[in-house]
Write a protein that binds this ligand. Structure first.
Ligand code: ITT
Length: 193
């Protein structure tokens, strides 16, 4: 089955491909020759995920999915949340975002946080959403160099190292994206797509 993944984030594509194996033919925006920065104008992950899938479905008429992910930190009242990509500014730099979070968390003892992914699938014109949550905590300093985004400052529950200290297979055992993907794959199986 052919699906366009409505993202410009190569790391998300890499993670998805590692999860789906050869079951689906995942076409990236780049593969499809679509050069567009899809806006994320809404104040929920759900609405932004739909914005991504709907924009590409409107342009191509091809079944597709997009996802919006946020890091939700309890002591920061859920921030950076829906603003995760642009937390330290429109340049969307992971290093700047991490620095800002670590500064805001300086001296804070409650380090509880979660990653939440909302995946929006449009199949034959109808939308379906799948959510994946990974609970964990924010470190006090950067740990590891693998992964992307906030991975160097997030340790998932049940692990003793950060996502950035894990290879992809290990991250997939815990991650929000893997959980959302699992529900999405089960759904596609159930409708025989
Ligand atoms: P698209 O909208 O093109 O899909 P994006 O990078 O803008 O790509 P999001 O808005 O969903 O995607 O990402 C929000 C932020 O959260 C962004 O800074 C990512 O680097 C970060 N992020 C997303 N998934 C992550 C993960 O698994 N580990 C660490 N950081 C992650």
């Amino acid at each position: 089955m052919k699906l366009i993944f409505a993202t410009n984030n190569e790391n998300k594509v890499k993670e998805f491909k590692s999860l789906v194996g050869n079951n689906f033919d995942i076409i990236t925006l780049q593969d499809a020759g679509i050069d567009i920065d899809i806006p994320e104008p809404h104040d929920t992950l759900e609405a932004n995920a739909l914005e991504k899938s709907e924009t590409i479905y409107r342009m191509t008429g091809t079944n597709c999915f997009g996802e919006d992910t946020g890091l939700e930190i309890t002591a920061l009242n859920g921030a950076p949340g829906v603003l995760s990509a642009r937390y330290a500014g429109e340049q969307k730099l992971a290093a700047d975002n991490i620095t800002k979070v670590l500064q805001e968390m300086e001296g804070v003892t409650n380090r509880e946080a979660q990653f939440r992914t909302v995946l929006s699938l449009i199949l034959d014109g109808k939308e379906y959403q799948f959510e994946g949550i990974c609970k964990g905590h924010i470190t006090t300093a950067v740990q590891g160099e693998k992964g992307f985004g906030y991975d160097p400052i997030f340790v998932p529950e049940g692990a003793s190292k950060s996502f950035a200290e894990m290879d992809l297979a290990e991250k997939n055992q815990y991650s929000h994206r893997a959980k959302a993907h699992h529900l999405f794959a089960e759904f596609l199986k159930s409708v025989n797509a």
